[in-house]
Design a protein around this ligand. Structure first.
Ligand SMILES: [Zn+2]
Length: 350
């Protein structure tokens, strides 16, 4: 098995049952690496899921959480808002009582009180009253939403090495989705829309996934797509592994081969993405109308670009439909419901 510096674990691929037998295990180590493509909500839900699963699989074992962060830097070299919220507030205030110890980028902290084991079934993430919209893309103005606050003013893109260094994968720069090589630099917000040359505006993607990634004004939606593609194509990263490793992975219910979706008709592929990345349900699809089509074209014109050599990208068009839907319905409850649905960790069907 080739050595991989990057460690990725999810409650699905590596359930805690791998590490312990119920009733015999006294101590357990939980691990989460906040990937560059996870935002606060995704990361919080995943840490919570790992915690809840561990209580289910190894009830009352002493838990230590090891938490790391990939990327997510601010202008001063500290952590950006999403990572800081997790490190400074979410873990210490919400997760820590259910742990015996935690290890974060600043060191190890032990819980002086007794670890609690009565965690709730669901994590509900709230927003400050009246400020909810601030956390979402502005569908009225269709502006650029970048992750970097004061992007560097450099005129040329950072080197692939610099991006890999930022992501902490300099030893094996590979596609964020499938771990394939060679990896290319991929803009989160394209420069033709005004995206910066700051290292935080770049991902590493293989040719196959770069050709599929959306070319849109909303960096967070770009990263959400990478996250979705990583789950959708999860099998492809095991393709190069030995049969022994594949067998292990299969035992946990994961695929170990690439699912080729290139033959899927364009509109079916857009529908699939609306359903699995944006959480659309029958009611949402039933809203198809001329008004929606008109808004969709407005969004396409104002906030997306064509990628060199690729005429139509499923990911760009499905984002435009999702933004257009909200522009015509203004149904923020439905928008929140769709959003929460896809936040909960789930595998994506073939
Ligand atoms: Zn790839």
């Amino acid at each position: 098995m080739p050595k991989k510096k990057r460690v990725r674990k999810s409650p699905q691929r590596k359930s805690t049952s791998e590490y312990c037998k119920p009733s015999s295990t006294k101590k357990i180590m939980l691990y989460h690496d906040m990937a560059v493509y996870e935002n606060f909500e995704r990361c919080a839900q995943r840490i919570f899921a790992i915690l809840r699963n561990s209580q289910r699989e190894c009830p009352d074992a002493e838990r230590t959480l090891l938490f790391r962060v990939q990327g997510h830097r601010n202008d001063e070299g500290g952590y950006d808002h999403d990572a800081w919220e997790i490190i400074r507030h979410f873990i210490p205030e919400y997760i820590f009582p259910f742990l015996t110890a935690m290890i974060n980028p600043f060191g190890e902290i032990r819980n002086n009180k007794k670890q609690r084991n009565d965690m709730p079934d669901l994590l509900v993430i709230g927003y400050p009253a009246g400020e909810e919209g601030d956390f979402w893309y502005d569908v009225d103005l269709l502006p650029i939403r970048a992750r970097e606050v004061n992007g560097s003013s450099r005129k040329s893109p950072p080197s692939k090495e610099a991006i890999a260094r930022y992501l902490g994968v300099e030893d094996s720069p590979s596609c964020l989705v499938c771990w394939g090589t060679p990896a290319e630099r991929a803009h989160a917000v394209p420069s033709s829309l005004g995206g910066s040359m700051d290292v935080r505006n770049f991902a590493l993607l293989c040719v196959y996934h770069h050709k599929q990634a959306p070319d849109i004004a909303d960096a967070e939606a770009f990263w959400a797509w990478v996250d979705y593609a990583e789950r959708r194509d999860a099998g492809s990263k095991w393709e190069r592994e030995s049969d022994h490793v594949k067998e292990k992975v299969q035992q946990f219910g994961s695929r170990t081969e690439k699912v080729d979706r290139s033959e899927v008709a364009f509109i079916d592929a857009v529908k699939f993405e609306l359903e699995h990345l944006y959480g659309w349900e029958d009611d949402d699809f039933a809203r198809f109308s001329w008004d929606l089509q008109e808004e969709y074209h407005r969004v396409l014109d104002a906030a997306t670009r064509k990628h060199f050599g690729v005429e139509r990208k499923v990911a760009t068009h499905s984002w435009a439909y999702d933004v257009a839907l909200y522009r015509i319905t203004r149904d923020s409850e439905a928008r929140k419901r769709r959003r929460n649905k896809v936040l909960l960790y789930e595998s994506i069907p073939e």
